[in-house]
Design a protein. Structure first.
Length: 275
């Protein structure tokens, strides 16, 4: 399915790597992302133009409508940083970010469905072939490492990210936090199976000439409703890790996290006001 489009939206929803990176992402998204979107199927010239127009409109809307919301949530996160973060605060934050995710995704679904329902049989065959090739590549990549190796890589990436946010972690802190990271769900193989199932369902619906409303409804279930389902399993372990990290970091490190959050909030606000 047009998962690359959805990957773009996920990227935009979390594109908080500092002002330069946010600005760079918005200025270069068309050149970095749109060509990949157009490889999902053998789109004709009219469909390619439709993708270009929808992408440009979405980017403009997202910058003005969503970045201020991200800024507000980032400021709330910064205000809540302390050695002992109440669990109810984290639960409220997760719920708020899920609401923002919903608001980010929903406007993209109708134009995406509009393009997809216009595909003819030959184009659907090209889409199916693209998905099959991508699935095969993903499985080859998984096969390069054992599950334990993939888990360890995930754990290291999470701790490396925290290291950056906190201005550096001491070895003892990494060792203390490692068990909390490991408790977070990791279903890379199951995710591939789920992706294949969703893609197969999409192609089947398009071959049956489902209307735009049916495709939008499917996307809402897959990428809005499913996100909330994932939070049921992954949210509490993530909260536990965040609380453990807050206890483990010292005051200077927590201050570093707080300043970065506030800087990112300001960056979003500045970019949202730009023409």
């Amino acid at each position: 399915m047009a998962r690359r489009w959805l990957l773009l939206l996920g990227m935009l929803a979390t594109l908080l790597a500092g002002c330069d990176a946010v600005q760079f992402g918005y200025n270069h998204a068309r050149w970095a992302i749109v060509p990949k979107l157009k490889k999902v199927a053998d789109f004709n010239s009219a469909q390619r133009a439709q993708i270009d127009d929808a992408f440009a409109s979405y980017m403009t809307w997202h910058r003005r409508a969503m970045l201020p919301n991200y800024a507000k949530l980032l400021r709330r996160l910064a205000d809540g940083i302390s050695a002992e973060i109440p669990p109810e605060l984290l639960a409220a934050q997760r719920a708020a970010w899920l609401d923002v995710w919903d608001a980010t995704m929903r406007p993209a679904l109708p134009p995406m469905a509009q393009v997809l329902v216009s595909l003819d049989d030959a184009q659907l065959q090209s889409m199916q072939a693209h998905f099959a090739e991508e699935d095969a590549d993903s499985r080859k990549e998984l096969a390069k490492k054992t599950r334990e190796e993939r888990l360890q890589k995930r754990d290291d990436q999470v701790l490396d990210l925290l290291d950056d946010w906190a201005g550096g972690l001491r070895p003892a802190q990494r060792r203390e936090l490692a068990p909390w990271v490991r408790k977070m769900p990791w279903q890379d193989e199951a995710w591939l199976e789920e992706r294949k199932r969703m893609r197969d369902d999409l192609v089947a619906q398009l071959r049956a000439r489902a209307g735009e409303a049916q495709i939008v409804a499917a996307f809402q279930g897959w990428f809005v409703g499913r996100r909330r389902q994932m939070d049921v399993a992954g949210g509490p372990p993530f909260d536990a890790f965040v609380r453990a990290a807050a206890r483990t970091l010292d005051a200077e490190q927590r201050g570093h996290v707080r300043r970065k959050l506030l800087d990112y909030a300001k960056d979003c606000e500045v970019l949202a006001r730009q023409p």
